[in-house]
Design a protein around this ligand. Sequence first.
Ligand SMILES: [Zn+2]
Length: 388
Amino acid sequence: MITRDTLRELAAFQSPAEDAVTFYFQPGVPQDKSHRQEAILVKDLVRNAIASAEKVGKNGNVRASLEHILELSEQLHGNRGKGKAVFASESKKLWREFDVPPHLPSTQLIVNRRFHLTPLTCLSEVLGKVSIALVDRTRARLFEMSMDDVKEVADFINELTRRGRSDGFFGYDAGHAERRVDNETTGHYRRVGERLMELYGTGGIEAFILGCHEEARNYIEKELHPYTLQRLIGHFVADPATTSPDEVRQQAHRILREHRARQREQLVAEVLNEANAENRGALGLRRVLKSLQLGEVQTLVLERSFCATGTECPNCSSLDMARVKYCSFCSYEVQPITDLADAIIGRALGNGADIVYVPNNAQLQRHGNIAALLRFRAERNIAGRVAV
Ligand SMILES: [Zn+2]
C-alpha cells in the first residue's frame, strides 16, 4: 500500500550515482490473452536503458536493478490486471515494489538522479480508502473500497425491530407501535454510525458514500458522527438486500470521479482568484519555484503533461528555470537538471504540500500548466513585520 509517507520517502530520495531506476508496468487490455507483447516491451525498455547507461559509463550502477526488473517482468503475466511500480537503486541498496491501480499512462522505465513520481502522484488521488454504507430500516451492509477493490466488511440487521415484531405488539396500539418502530429504526441508524466509527475512527477513511432510499437519507445522516458526515461525498439509491458489490464499486467510482472533478474546479478557481488578488496564489513555473523555495506551497496544481528542464543549486538545492546561471538565493553556479517536474514534486511533498493534477484546464494551460495555492505569502509577512 502506498501511503503519503511512502511517497514522501521516495520523493526525498536522490542518488548522486544517478542510478535511481523507476519502473511502471501498465497491464494490457484483458482481451490480450498471451502477455507476450508486455514482456517484449519490457525487454526492449531494459535493453535501451542498459545501452544508455553504457554510453555514459554508468552501466555498472544500474545493471543489477535493470536485470532484476527484467526477471520481475517475466513473472508478471499481466499482474492480475493490476499496475506495478518499482523504485530501485543499486548504490543505495534500495528496492521498493508496489501493486497499484491499473491507471498508469504507460509502461515506462526511467533511470535518473531521482525517482520519476508523476504517475504515482497522479494515482495517489485514488489510493485513499472509501467507505460505502448501504442502509435501509432493517439492514445495513458496509463496504470498503481501496484501489479498485471493493470488499464487504459488515452486514447486520436491525435486531430490535425483528424482536419487536416477533413479540406481536403491533395489534396492541397502532400509534404506540409506530412510534416504537420509529425509535427502533433510529436506533438502527445510530448503530450504523457507531459501527463506522468503530471501524475507522476519526482518520481511517478519505471519503464516505451512502446508498439508501431517498426518504431515509436525512434520518440516517442525522445519526452519523460529524466526522463521517464531513467525509460524505455523495449518495446513490440502493437497497441492501439486492445491490451487488459490483454495483457498489461502479456507483462509488462515479461519485468519487464527480467529487474530484468538482474539487479540482474549485481549486483552480481559488488559485486564480488568490493570484489575481496577489494573495495566496502562484501562477506559472517561475512563481511556483520561488514559492516552493520559500516553503509557501500548500497545494501544487499541475496538468498531467507538465514537464520541464531546469536547474538546481548544488549549494542550497533551490530549483530554477533552465536559462538561469547563478542561484538567486546564494549566487552559486547552478547545474542543469532534466527532470524538473520530479524535483518539484519531491520538494512539494517534502514540504508537506498536497499535489493535485488537473486535466486539460485552459486557464492553467495559459500559465504553463503549473500553479500553486499558498499557505501564506512569505514576502508579505516579512513586509508586514517590518511595517510594524
Ligand atoms: Zn543556492
